[in-house]
Design a protein around this ligand. Structure first.
Ligand SMILES: NC(=O)c1ccc[n+]([C@@H]2O[C@H](COP(=O)([O-])OP(=O)(O)OC[C@H]3O[C@@H](n4cnc5c(N)ncnc54)[C@H](O)[C@@H]3O)[C@@H](O)[C@H]2O)c1
Length: 702
């Protein structure tokens, strides 16, 4: 017997599956055999007795799961952190375990009543004593980990469980002598798997397949080079043997019905302390404020889903419900994450939802100096389309030039403090760039119930394929808004790809330009080339647009056109010379509608008007987008995404594409202004023109 190892067990006198608090119990209520359970428990007890001292805590009637002593608490030397059970079905075990620990000379630490932690079921010491692996996600709250680290003065590595069958860490994770680890990776999220892989070298990781994991292979007791466990596969047995361990199998099927096996039935109560290892917690917590239609717009759900989905944990500290139909709600939520990295990932998403740290907590955003032109400091905050404010000198400062994927430069000058979205290439040595995620908020407009409902009615990209009637309704609404913008002197920007021409949309887009509905056209080389090809030769990419059939030698048409326009010097010159007499580009020139053609690697020619310097092309696009009320994006993924990134929230964007994925990407900006239309662009344009014709006021013909 190894005198230095001591376990606590509890005889199964009152063991029974009496309730369902994990998936294993489902369908097993009152289905376990007491006699078998006693025999199996004794089998384990005698094996352990041969290798260690086994203490017993008296079983208590009415607390059938007391047999699983792993959940009594977490012991390190003579200190124990007592469990705070999540389910009321087990909370009654706490005083009996507490009594046993006190009677046996342990210093007992107790967590606050509302902070669940389920003992050594969710906290496993590295067998070299270097750190503590602590689970969370089902039974234990992440916020308990910093307290455990403090009380036991040990480094805590938090692992998130994501498969409810493996609801405790010890059901899927078993640290072994010599720094080995037996575990089932699919029970953990990606971040946790990365953490495990960083700490345990590959040759020491014994990966358990699902078939063994569901037989509780990881719920094993390790004593020196022996592992005591329920029956496992031959394959796993030989992997364990190859790592230098002896497997001692003992059947524990009666306990599997309640979701436990060898490890759950034992608690090691003399875990030695390793000198020179001290508390080190990477867990971060922040208190955030949220405001808006938190319930009926689903913001609260989204926020809490983000926290959990990204590997964090939360506690709603207060929630003030707006009681009137239009009034908003506000809430304070404490968010915890296992590391700074995860906290930043959560915060970036919550900031987009409008969450911010309590203003009293951050007076100034963190900034770092740019030390190389065009290069932002590490950890710089990447801006979004939403209006943003940053904390400087304890005030909120509005960020100018709002756009996506830029750095925020904060400047103090005699005129005051400014913050501005700045492209990486425009950063200069000495600029102060915001880093991290503290002291920033996005100002999200609280949409009224009516706006929200109409936007759901109006945008239907989530549904994938849209019915014809819905397309018509959407087009009707867009036509109405186009008319409004035109009549009020607003600005509509169209970005279009060559599919507009191939699908017969050129005549309709030409008409929209002629009738004053389009104020700027953005595109690439292709829209212009194919439009001019159609205007001059009647083909688009060599296909006869009247007959719909390829023309002999037609594949060269677009090159001839490019050559022709090149000989004129520009599209405008071609119009002036009478070479180009109709089409989209012609209407732009004739109606003084500015256009910008951005080059790409696919371009033939290019046309003299196509800007092949991409930085210049981007700047030109940005200038044209400024002040837009609506952007119509017509079947050009490349140019539409480029435009989307430059456009701040608040500008209505209508994205038309046959591919639902493109529409979703562009329309899903989480705001009422975005509309997606999954349809053929030629059909869309023809419907749009029809709808405009139907509007009561006659069109103004120029
Ligand atoms: N000859 C040339 O110089 C030439 C030719 C083609 C493209 N280009 C250039 O290549 C770049 C990318 O071109 P792009 O914007 O055409 O390609 P893209 O792939 O970025 O976008 C095309 C989009 O059209 C959609 N689409 C296809 N059929 C549709 C339909 N019937 N109705 C609605 N949507 C439909 C697709 O789903 C896709 O999203 C541009 O810069 C363009 O100018 C140049």
């Amino acid at each position: 017997m190894n005198q230095s190892i001591r376990f606590l067990m509890c005889a199964p006198d009152h063991y029974e599956v009496d309730y369902v608090i994990n998936p294993w119990m489902e369908g097993n209520i009152h289905k376990s055999s007491r006699d078998n359970a006693v025999a199996q428990w004794q089998g384990l007890y005698y094996i352990l007795k041969e290798n260690a001292i086994v203490d017993l805590v008296p079983p208590q009637k009415g607390w059938p799961d007391m047999v699983f002593t792993a959940n009594a608490g977490l012991v390190l030397e003579k200190n124990v952190v007592l469990s705070r059970f999540l389910h009321k079905e087990r909370q009654g075990e706490e005083p009996y375990f507490k009594q046993w620990f006190e009677e046996n000379g342990f210093t007992v630490y107790e967590l606050p009543p509302d902070l669940p932690f389920e003992g050594a079921g969710d906290a496993l010491l590295d067998r070299e004593g270097r750190w503590l692996w602590a689970g969370y996600g089902f039974r234990t709250e992440l916020d308990s980990h910093p307290l455990i680290a403090k009380w036991l003065d040990i480094e805590v590595l938090s692992l998130r469980l994501i498969d409810e069958r493996f609801y405790h860490l010890d059901t899927c994770f078993c640290p072994l002598t010599g720094g080995y680890l037996l575990y089932y990776p699919a029970a953990f999220d990606a971040y946790s798997n990365r953490l495990i892989e960083m700490r345990i070298p590959p040759e020491k990781r014994i990966v358990v397949a699902e078939a063994d994991a569901v037989n509780f292979a990881c719920n094993a007791v390790n004593i020196g080079q022996t592992i005591v466990m329920n029956k496992i596969s031959e394959g796993l047995k030989s992997a364990i043997k190859d790592a230098g361990f002896a497997v001692e199998e003992t059947p524990l099927t009666e306990f599997l019905k309640a979701g436990g096996a060898a490890k759950c039935l034992t608690l090691r109560v003399n875990e030695p302390i390793i000198p020179d290892h001290h508390a080190n917690v990477t867990i971060e917590s922040k208190i955030l404020q949220l405001e808006g239609h938190l319930l009926d717009a689903g913001i609260m759900n989204k926020a809490l889903d983000i926290v959990i989905g990204s590997g964090g944990s939360f506690k709603v500290l207060n929630f003030n419900l707006g009681v009137e139909r239009q009034s908003t709600s506000n809430a304070e939520v404490r968010v915890s994450a296992p590391s700074h990295e995860v906290m930043e990932e959560i915060m970036i998403q919550l900031i987009d939802l409008g969450a911010a740290a309590r203003p009293t907590e951050v007076c100034d955003v963190n900034t770092n100096l740019v030390t190389q032109d065009g290069v932002a400091p590490d950890d710089f905050y990447a801006s979004t389309i939403y209006p943003t404010e940053v904390r400087v000198n304890c005030e909120w400062v509005k960020v100018d030039n709002q756009r996506m994927d830029a750095a925020i430069v904060v400047k103090h000058s005699s005129e005051g403090i400014t913050a501005r979205c700045t492209l990486l290439r425009d950063l200069k040595v000495g600029d102060q760039v915001m880093v991290g995620v503290d002291g920033i908020r996005t100002v999200r407009q609280a949409e009224s119930r009516e706006q929200r409902n109409s936007s759901q009615e109006f945008s239907f990209m989530g549904a994938g394929v849209s019915s014809e009637r819905r397309v018509e309704l959407t087009v009707e609404q867009i036509a109405w808004e186009l008319r409004q913008i035109r009549d009020q002197g607003g600005k509509v920007v169209v970005t279009a790809g060559p599919v507009v021409i191939h699908t017969g949309g050129a005549q309709h887009l030409s008409r929209l330009i002629r009738e004053g509905y389009v104020h700027t056209l953005l595109g690439g080389n292709a829209i212009a080339v194919h439009d001019i090809e159609q205007a001059i030769m009647g083909t688009s990419l060599g296909v006869d647009m009247q007959k719909g059939i390829p023309v002999r030698g037609g594949h060269r048409h677009h090159l001839k056109i490019i050559n022709l326009i090149r000989s004129c010097g520009s599209i405008a010159n071609a119009v002036e010379k009478g070479v180009l007499t109709k089409g989209i580009m012609y209407e732009c020139v004739k109606n003084n509608v500015p256009f910008s053609l951005a080059g790409s690697i696919r371009d033939d020619g290019p046309l003299p008007d196509t800007e092949m310097d991409l930085v210049k092309a981007q700047e030109d696009y940005a200038r044209h987008i400024a002040g837009a009320d609506m952007i119509l994006m017509l079947s050009s993924m490349l140019h539409s995404i480029g435009v989307g990134n430059m456009t701040p929230a608040g500008v209505k964007m209508v994205c038309v594409d046959i591919n639902p994925a493109v529409v979703t990407k562009l329309s899903d900006r989480g705001s009422v202004e975005s509309v997606g239309v999954v349809t053929d662009v030629g059909l869309f344009l023809s419907l749009l023109v029809q709808q405009l014709d139907k509007l009561t006021r006659p069109l103004v013909h120029k």
